[in-house]
Design a protein around this ligand. Structure first.
Ligand code: 15L
Length: 273
């Protein structure tokens, strides 16, 4: 059985993924925070990926990395820099030094959030990040491209929409990613024999999608879910009006967001006396 490192395992996406992949892989689950529950066939490795020594330690001896760790929303530049730029570099470089060839990088719809909602975009479009967070995801994609070309690593970038049991609002009807579709696409990223450098969209087969996800389909992705089943109830909850700027762009509120507090703050360290 392959051993897969999941960084940022305590977050929402990590929690869904661990549940869905249980029993298929040995999961080395890593985070700054403690995990509420550690399952059988999971190994917990606490790490601060902004420290290279931690990144080296957790990537040792694994078959692939799913790098979820870091800020998952807009935030202060210092935090984005340390977790998503330095941390991301550390994970790629540590994996390379530990001869781990395959990295899955769950990037984000916010790497391309400044495309308009009336546009359909594919994996070849020029990045248009909608936030500093989005810029950090573009950085990770670019780093993946470099490590694939320069070092022959196998890099699978998933521009994740919104993962959850059901779509939560109108925008998410276009970018919803059900947990079982997430698990299917991640499994393709781990197992597909011909991955060199790929960008795919991490979304279900949503009727209202803004993406041409043909690259994922080419690699065998067959999503099982469509947000349309929830559309009536989601739209009934929607308030009329709204900021035209937010409504125009795929990134939604991220195009106007400034510094949102980190949902995964560093644990308070005890002061040394
Ligand atoms: C993301 O990239 C975030 O990680 C997630 O928290 C959601 O905000 C999602 O995008 C979204 O666009 O809904």
């Amino acid at each position: 059985m392959k051993t897969i490192l999941i960084t940022g395992a305590a977050g929402d996406v990590g929690t869904h993924l661990r549940r869905e992949l249980a029993g298929k892989y040995v999961l080395r689950v890593s985070d700054l925070r403690s995990l509420k529950k550690i399952n059988k066939q999971e190994q917990f490795a606490r790490a601060d990926i902004s420290k290279f020594s931690d990144a080296l330690r957790i990537t040792k001896g694994v078959d692939a990395v799913v790098h979820l760790g870091g800020y998952s929303v807009e935030g202060p530049w210092d935090g984005i820099l340390s977790a998503n730029i330095i941390g991301c570099y550390n994970v790629f470089e540590a994996a390379r030094r530990n001869c781990v060839r395959r990295i899955l990088f769950p990037t984000s719809n916010h790497a391309v959030g400044y495309y308009r909602r009336d546009q359909t975009i594919d994996h070849r479009v020029y990045p248009k990040p909608d936030s500093r967070y989005g810029v950090s995801k573009v950085f990770g994609e670019a780093l993946g491209s470099l490590y694939a070309d320069k070092y022959g690593m196998q890099v699978f970038c998933i521009r994740v929409g919104n993962v959850g049991p059901a779509p939560i609002d109108k925008r998410r009807l276009s970018i919803w990613f059900s947990p079982r579709d997430l698990a299917q696409l991640v499994t393709i990223g781990i197992e597909h024999p011909e991955v060199r450098f790929e960008i795919v969209y991490g979304v279900s087969k949503n009727t209202r999608s803004w993406y041409d996800n043909s690259n994922a389909y080419r690699l065998g992705y067959k999503p099982q879910d469509d947000s349309e089943a929830y559309a009536a109830q989601v739209l009934a909850r929607e308030k009329p009006g709204g900021d035209p700027e937010v409504e125009a762009y795929q990134g939604g509120v991220f195009v106007v967001a400034e510094e949102i507090p980190n949902p995964a703050p560093l644990p308070k360290r005890k002061r040394r006396k």
